[in-house]
Design a protein around this ligand. Structure first.
Ligand code: C5J
Length: 220
């Protein structure tokens, strides 16, 4: 066991049951011309966390702990895309439309790929998910059980959408969740801060928060 100096209070980490979940670090959210940009967002904000996310991933790999990646994307025939999701808002490109990085948020298209800086290593699990949360319509829950995980560190984008949704789903399923505050980002800094505050409020009602350095120190 190791002590993680987290907020709102320190947490005992069991390295045998700890994994890292990196949410949706995809070109479609991080680069111009993708889904994030089509909604009018400034994608450059998200790129600032790439070095911290890379250090977090390296720390888990060096410690021999599992790294799981997710990608928000849909089947090419859109059979897993509810009209309510496709028709939402007024983006310049809708999910499935052809764009500069291929069809937007479609599995197998260049835009759905994880950015090269954080490319999964051979053997690491990559979960393709049609929802904001990683448990919905995927085998994510089975993967966590197979790996014997009980504590999950979360990184990725965006903090208040897919990261927070998945953390809440995991929290409800009994996992202890830790958000790596400098390895997650939002297009809206105020939303990121609000998500962090909500997660650790009321005695860690959804989970804990800690920096990449603090997490790396705890996992050795
Ligand atoms: C969004 C995500 N923001 N990965 N997806 O639509 O957070």
């Amino acid at each position: 066991m190791a002590r993680l100096d987290a907020e709102p209070f320190a947490l005992e980490i069991d390295p045998g049951a700890l994994g890292l979940v990196v949410i949706d670090m995809q070109r479609d959210f991080m680069e111009p011309g993708g889904f994030g940009a089509s909604l009018g967002n400034d994608v450059s904000l998200l790129r600032a966390i790439i070095p911290a996310a890379a250090r977090l991933i390296e720390g888990f790999r060096a410690a021999g702990l599992p790294v799981i990646h997710t990608r928000e994307c849909h089947r090419p025939d859109l059979s897993d895309l509810p009209p309510a999701k496709r028709d939402r808002g007024a983006p310049t490109l809708r999910i499935g439309d052809p764009g500069p990085m291929g069809r937007v948020l479609i599995a197998g298209e260049p835009g759905a790929d994880i950015i090269p800086e954080l490319c999964p290593k051979a053997g690491e699990v990559v979960i393709d998910k049609p929802g904001k949360g990683a448990f919905h319509a995927t085998n994510f829950g089975d993967v966590l059980k197979e790996k014997g995980l009980r504590q999950l560190v979360f990184a990725g984008v965006t903090t208040e959408v897919c990261v927070q949704t998945t953390m809440r789903e995991a929290n409800d399923r009994g996992y202890e969740c830790i958000l790596a505050t400098d390895a997650t980002e939002s297009y809206f800094p105020a939303f990121k801060q609000a998500a962090i505050d909500m997660i650790r409020a009321q005695g860690a009602i959804v989970g804990w928060t800690a920096s990449t350095d603090q997490i790396r120190e705890a996992i050795g």
